[in-house]
Design a protein. Structure first.
Lengths: 302, 373, 276
């Protein structure tokens, strides 16, 4: 280790440049996990904006498993939501990317700009928009349905349909993102390989099955994994579209946690739910990561 | 009937015409090189023959059938790409047999052809490797294997040696030509490297700006170039060019950087005299190996002040500047072998071998000293 | 078999442009709704007389704090973006070129990635408790700090990617010329990173501006941001559709401006972030 003044300056720089980021992450993202665990093992009382906890062991966890059907409905809803929403996003996004690849110039720029919109608009606004559109009595969608002679549908008020309406909004929201990602992936493939394939492959289906899909598989898997994990973060749209209702049909985990923590002021219970959720998502992340690594290792061996 | 006929084939992108109109015929079993500088249209022409690029006009016929608008998969041609374009997700064996599997050929036949190809290309043992685990030379051979098993009517090569290092390039050159002969194939080989063209081709088609400058055997293009472009393209070091005027008198003389004698046989002298006007503006072209050292101050020679000398062991070249151009001559082999080389600054006096020179029209570039077929 | 070369028309093209309409449609709808009176919205009349009453009430009336809410959103978004860019760029350079200790890289890249993927609301609960106990609940400080840490992973990854694209030879040449790490950063890396910072900054700003879950629970009445305000228009009994529409339109403006003028930065940020 140098002891020259430059050497010292450099050492200071190395530490100093990493310190703010590290500090923030430790204080505001690592410590909170421990904080949550601690809170989940306590009963918390609020007075004058200050909390006071008393240790109660695993009581909160017992409550979650025994006495919170809403939470478990939320778990089920969240899983259904994640799987369905991501599936449709991927299918729709991929088909559109296939058809649009190699579109250039002004039409492409316009298309890209339009497809960026759902991604950059505040999700709460998306919720507000679709709440207006899907309203039973004066929503545009029902107006259109009735204009062609179909009966009006209570998208947000019918417990059997509400979850699918919310899934639909999420698909609307994220398909453009998947589309843009897959399109970038498609256009980064070596075009000469496709030229070579033109000698052997006659139909679009053959090309898709033997060339495009295998080559796109890594990108597709990464996009799928990413979207799946991120879909567990959904909250804003549901808050505004249905508020978790009607009943519990659109209650997702985030919503349960929100209600327990802030509407019911039950910090300990909320913390327990949070810890469980964090654990589950962490497991999911590890699994997805492991699958991606496994695939990479298998490819390298062959 | 020729194997491949291109009749007035042209290509335009919107308003810009890249290939005005090409006529080309190729006989079965021929190895033809399409050569030219970058942008000359040779790759475009090849891709049009393959069907990867639509043609804007003219017809393409293979063995009499008009295939001008046919899909690449229907033309029964196989192509080796510059970057080999191997399917990265398939093994060597799968890459080679992909075309046959797509065409529904019986597995037994596929296996047999695969084994043959692997043997011919010395790829045995590599069947299960993926392209990323192969060396450049191995990938190149896999690309060829892919073509061979299809037993196509025509083999197309798009600058396949450009990505190889120099040593590998010359080995592979021989391999490709050897394969072509063994398979009794018909091949079209695109390259910008004139050495590849000279050493591999039965015939060379030289292109510039989308037009064929000359078609013929390597000897024809080298010894009897029809125009200045062809003369300057083939040969390394390049042919030397001087601009000046022709003097017709008892003998032929060239008034350029100096008043130079043009040693000529009787027939040659008569030919030039018949073709050219006295005092006509012409470009004189002489290859470095045809320049001879003369005694100092002999009239009719060109003085050359030596600037650079290159000794390559078996050969030696001396370079100087005349009329703003670099001029080179090949020194006699005894001087190379004994390493008695001129010094920079020394002045050499040059004359040329009889009949070895060419006169090109200063404007149109046509070779005026070429005896017609 | 001879046949014409396959044309480039795909029915999928229609789907893509159809989807584009599907995206624009709702926006136009909400735009038009924002100019309708509440009555017209409720009755579902398509061509009602245009009126600015929603906007006037929203922005200028005594009962509405929306202008203040917008300002809050702006303050939090801008300041947090500036801070997160500074922190992330500084750290990214060190991570990429200065061989930091393993634990630092694990923390900053590994944990940050995991943190990014975990549901935000789980952390909001803990933050609420922490800030309240520290007396910082509802302050700008709390909101800004939270936005910074929330956007740090993405911004960090993006800047790492962008700085990796700066050839190491440039850094080495500068060091040979006598620069300390700090000088290399200030004179070489920073100027070459502006494009990347624009992309990362665009994304960070959008994220901070659009944030709802954090602001909903950590802001007070004084520091309430626009998204939270929009949510308050949708109370159980009386949904103020006109106000909601107008507020939505106004909230979309920064995003629209960004797309109009900075489309390529947004794309660059999105694609780079996802590929990792």
């Amino acid at each position: 280790m140098q002891t020259t003044s430059t050497g010292r300056r450099n050492a200071v720089w190395r530490i100093g440049s990493l310190l703010p980021a590290a500090l923030l992450l430790v204080v505001l993202s690592i410590y909170p996990v421990f904080n949550l665990i601690g809170l989940s093992l306590s009963e918390v009382h609020w007075a004058d904006g200050q909390s006071a906890s008393t240790f109660v062991g695993l009581d909160n966890y017992r409550t979650v498993f025994a006495d919170q059907p809403v939470y478990w409905a939320g778990v089920r809803n969240t899983i259904v939501f994640a799987v369905l929403a991501v599936t449709f996003q991927m299918l729709l996004g991929f088909c559109m990317a296939l058809s649009v690849q190699n579109l250039k110039g002004v039409p492409r720029a316009i298309l890209t700009a339009i497809f960026l919109l759902p991604i950059v608009i505040p999700p709460i606004v998306i919720g507000a928009m679709w709440r207006l559109l899907l309203g039973r009595d004066f929503g545009m969608v029902n107006a259109l349905l009735q204009a062609v002679g179909l009966p009006a549908v209570d998208f947000l008020g019918n417990p059997n349909i509400a979850l699918f309406s919310v899934i639909g909004v999420d698909v609307w929201h994220w398909t453009p993102f998947v589309f843009l990602l897959l399109l970038t992936g498609l256009e980064s493939l070596d075009q000469e390989v496709f030229d070579a394939a033109r000698f052997d492959v006659t139909s679009g289906w053959q090309r898709l099955r033997y060339i495009t899909l295998p080559l796109m598989l890594p990108t597709i898997i990464i996009t799928l994994g990413l979207r799946l994990i991120l879909s567990f973060k959904v909250f804003d749209e549901i808050y505004l579209l249905t508020g978790g209702g009607p009943g519990t049909s659109t209650e997702v985990i985030n919503f349960s946690i929100y209600r327990t923590f802030f509407a019911q002021d039950n910090t300990g219970l909320g913390a327990a739910m949070s810890v469980l959720t964090l654990g589950a998502v962490a497991v999911l992340i590890v699994v997805v990561n492991g699958l991606v690594r496994l695939r990479r290792r298998r490819e390298a061996k062959a | 009937m020729s194997y491949l006929e291109l009749e007035n084939v042209s290509k335009a992108y919107g308003a810009s015409v890249v290939i005005p109109g090409v006529d080309l015929t190729i006989e079965p079993g021929e190895f033809v090189c399409l050569v030219g500088p970058s942008g000359s249209g040779k790759s475009t022409l090849l891709r049009m023959i393959a069907g990867l690029e639509p043609i804007s006009g003219g017809t393409i016929r293979v063995a009499g059938d008009d295939i001008s608008n046919a899909d690449p998969s229907d033309r029964d041609m196989a192509m080796v790409f510059q970057s080999y374009a191997l399917y990265p997700h398939m093994s060597v064996a799968d890459n080679i047999t992909f075309a046959l599997r797509m065409r529904g050929i019986e597995p037994a036949v596929i296996a047999e052809r695969l084994a043959q190809a692997l043997k011919m290309l010395k790829l045995e043992g590599l069947e299960n490797r993926k392209p990323k685990d192969l060396s450049g030379g191995q990938r190149q051979r896999v690309a060829m294997g892919r073509c061979i098993v299809r037993q196509p009517k025509l083999f197309l090569f798009d600058e396949p040696l450009s990505n190889l290092d120099a040593k590998l390039r010359s080995q592979t050159r021989h391999q490709i030509r050897h394969l072509h002969d063994e398979l009794k194939a018909t091949s079209i080989f695109v390259t910008h490297d004139q050495v590849e063209a000279m050493t591999m081709a039965d015939r060379i088609a030289l292109l510039n700006f989308g037009e064929i400058q000359q078609i013929g055997s390597p000897e024809e293009l080298y010894l009897r170039p029809r125009n200045r472009f062809t003369a300057g393209f083939l040969g390394s070091p390049e042919m030397n060019f001087f601009s000046g005027r022709l003097e017709l008198g008892a003998g032929l003389r060239f008034q350029g950087p100096a008043l130079m004698d043009l040693p000529a046989s009787e027939g040659r002298r008569a030919l030039v005299a018949a073709r050219c006007q006295p005092g006509q503006a012409v470009d004189l072209g002489v290859r470095p190996e045809h320049l001879l050292l003369a005694d100092a101050e002999t009239p009719g020679t060109l003085p050359l002040k030596v600037q650079t000398v290159e000794w390559l062991g078996a050969e030696a070249y001396a370079f100087g500047t005349v009329q703003g151009q670099e001029i080179g001559l090949r020194l006699p082999s005894d001087r190379a072998q004994t390493v008695t080389l001129p010094h920079p600054g020394e002045v050499l006096h040059l004359t040329m071998q009889p009949d070895s020179w060419h006169l090109f029209d200063a404007e149109a570039g046509v070779n005026l000293s070429l005896a017609d077929h | 078999m001879r046949h014409a070369m396959k044309k480039r028309f795909h029915p999928g093209n229609l789907v893509a442009w159809g989807y584009a309409l599907l995206i624009l449609g709702p926006m136009v709808w909400i735009l038009s709704n924002s100019f309708k009176r509440q009555i017209d919205i409720l009755m579902g009349t398509s061509f009602a007389p245009m009126t600015l009453v929603n906007y006037k009430q929203l922005l200028f009336s005594r009962q509405s704090d929306f202008l203040e809410n917008l300002a809050n959103s702006g303050i939090v978004a801008v300041i947090s973006t500036v801070i997160v860019l500074a922190i992330a760029t500084l750290a990214a350079f060190t991570i990429v070129r200065l061989q930091p200790p393993k634990w630092a890289v694990w923390l900053l890249l590994g944990w940050a990635l995991v943190f990014h993927m975990l549901p935000t609301l789980t952390f909001v609960g803990s933050w609420y408790v922490m800030y309240s106990n520290a007396g910082l609940h509802g302050t700008y400080t709390a909101l800004i700090l939270t936005q910074v840490v929330h956007n740090l992973p993405t911004t960090l990854f993006l800047m790492v990617g962008f700085i990796m694209a700066i050839p190491n030879e440039l850094v080495q040449a500068a060091r040979l010329d006598g620069c300390s790490y700090g000088q290399v950063f200030a004179r070489i890396v920073l100027p070459l990173s502006f494009g990347g910072m624009a992309a990362a900054g665009a994304l960070a700003f959008i994220s901070a501006w659009s944030d709802f879950a954090i602001a909903l629970n950590l802001s007070s009445r004084h520091t309430m941001t626009a998204p939270v305000a929009i949510a308050t228009f949708a109370q159980e009994h009386e949904v103020r559709y006109g106000a909601m529409a107008a507020a939505s339109v106004v909230s979309m403006i920064p995003a629209l401006v960004l797309i109009l003028f900075g489309q390529r930065y947004v794309i660059r940020g999105l694609m780079a972030g996802a590929v990792k």
